[in-house]
Design a binder for this molecule. Structure first.
Ligand code: NAD
Length: 477
């Protein structure tokens, strides 16, 4: 029986025309079918979310805790099953996918607890006898637009705080991952929320996403995706005064100094650049290596890459699954062509890998590139990285910061002096020492600077900034 992934609007599941949900590991066997929502359904979802504002916005903290804790507990209890669905649909290895499902569950648990301690302040007034209270209230109706690469965790880290702080939600996932979005919505639909407080609208970015950005019924918009789409959403939504938060792309550097533990550095580079098929906004796509260890680092990295198994993410022993979609594969292959045409030296990979089924299996690809090559400057979002030498630490830092992006940066070194300097001077929102640039904790802020991000941080207690508005009350008792 074909699985159907429907939109969830005002407490009802809504079907429509069936579109095949591609399985990137086996193009002949789709994951299921989904229905593309239209303008009328998007309008219905926005109306429903606005209709539920009073009920959910005034709900008591225990009710919110109970709902979010229910969702988190169920995701954690079903993390193997949900991880399997994620691996099928997005192509991450089963281990990575189960890990992501667990993280989504933990995020709901974290924000369940946050609902019980929504912060406020009481201050003395400069006027005698007057009390001042600062309280946080819901922003209202939140539109959530998500990418495909973390199809459980990213929706979780937007939906959970939105609901915890009393907002209602219209959630639009990426079209590539309707099954994961449906799975989350199906659990939320049984969590005891009033009808309309949470809505899932599966649809095209240019229809549903665009409408969320334009519509006056959406008070705040949390977007994760590419820079061009993010900038379009920003212009459209801020023109009408909506609150906007954007998390976008990266071209994250990993600096390897001569004093680094080289095996550890290679592990950080391979993990950061290629695991999850390189489809992480925090992927280490620029490897900047001090020249005295450059040749050795490259030789050990190539040896490590030669030992990786590319294949079906559900198979044991596979390190890297397929590229998530044909559109992303086209982008990856076009950058491999650009790298070659611009004169970057192909050190490893560059070709498709034959597997038992027809899928988007691409070999991890490493270029020796110059800093101004496009493969060194533009986000590719696939298993393609550029490595380049640096004269010394100062040169490496300058190369690391020479980018329009500012999401994450890493350094491998045994020097406290350089590690401390790098932590202070890397122009990014997140910095790693002797760790891959990708891989973060769920309870602390996540986000970047420069062209990578806009607005308040996501995750951890910092999420309260975006999902609430502050009220200052003066009382003369
Ligand atoms: P994308 O920009 O193509 O799409 C993101 C979302 O926007 C999708 O849901 C899409 O349907 C929607 N969309 C498309 N056109 C729209 C429009 N006109 N108006 C409103 N919404 C529209 O990005 P993607 O390919 O899904 O994801 C990959 C990108 O996401 C990469 O650039 C990656 O770095 C970034 N990303 C960033 C983070 C982060 O937290 N910084 C995390 C994960 C992914």
């Amino acid at each position: 029986m074909t699985l159907q992934f429907k939109s969830y609007i005002n407490g009802e599941w809504l079907g429509g025309n069936g579109v095949a949900d591609e399985n990137p590991s086996d193009l002949a066997t789709p994951v299921g079918e989904y229905a593309l929502a239209d303008v009328a359904q998007t309008q219905a979802a926005i109306d429903a979310a606005n209709g539920a504002r009073a009920a959910w916005g005034m709900s008591n903290p225990q009710q919110r805790f109970d709902a979010l804790d229910f969702v988190g507990s169920e995701i954690l209890a079903r993390k193997e099953e949900l991880g399997r669905l994620l691996a099928l649909e997005e192509g991450k290895t089963l281990g990575e996918s189960i890990g992501e499902a667990a993280r989504a569950g933990q995020i709901f648990k974290f924000f369940a607890a946050e609902a019980l301690r929504i912060p406020g302040e009481k201050l003395a007034s400069t006027r005698p006898g007057v009390d001042i209270e600062l309280t946080r209230e819901p922003v209202g109706t939140v539109g959530i637009i998500a990418p495909w690469n973390f199809p459980l965790a990213i929706p979780a880290w937007k939906i959970a705080p939105a609901l915890a702080y009393g907002n209602t939600v219209v959630f639009k996932p990426a079209e590539t991952v309707p099954a994961c979005a449906w799975a989350i919505a199906e659990i939320i639909s049984r969590a005891g929320l009033p009808a309309g407080a949470f809505n899932l609208v599966i649809g095209a970015g240019r229809v549903v996403g665009q409408m969320l950005a334009e519509h006056p019924g959406i008070d705040a918009l949390s977007f994760t995706g590419s820079v061009p789409t993010g900038n379009r959403v920003l212009q459209t939504a801020t023109r009408r005064g909506a609150k906007v938060q954007l998390e976008m792309g990266g071209k994250n550097p990993l600096v390897v100094l001569a004093d680094a533990d080289l095996d550890q550095a290679v592990e950080c580079a391979v993990n950061g650049a290629y695991f999850s098929t390189g489809q992480r906004c925090t992927a280490s796509s620029r490897l900047i290596v001090e020249k005295s260890v450059y040749d050795e680092f490259v030789a050990r990295t190539i040896k490590r890459l030669s030992g990786l198994k590319i294949g079906n993410p559900l198979e044991a022993g596979v390190h890297i699954g397929p590229v998530a979609s044909s559109a992303q594969l086209d982008t990856d292959l076009s950058y491999i062509r650009i790298g070659r045409e611009e004169g970057a030296e192909l050190l490893f990979g560059g070709d498709m890998v034959e597997c038992a089924t027809k899928g988007h299996f691409l070999a991890p690809t490493l270029f020796a590139a110059k800093p101004d090559h496009r493969v060194s400057r533009e986000e590719i979002f696939g298993p393609v990285a550029a490595v380049m030498p640096a004269d010394d630490y100062e040169h490496a830092l300058a190369l690391a910061n020479d980018t329009e992006f500012g999401l994450c940066a890493g350094i491998c070194t045994t020097s406290l002096k350089y590690a401390s300097h790098f932590k202070r001077h890397a122009q990014v929102g997140m910095v790693m020492v002797n760790l891959p640039t990708a891989g973060v904790d769920a309870h602390v802020p996540f986000g970047g600077r420069k062209g990578s991000s806009y607005g308040p941080r996501e995750q951890g207690r910092y999420a309260v900034e975006f999902y609430t508005t502050v009220k200052t009350a003066y009382t003369l008792p």
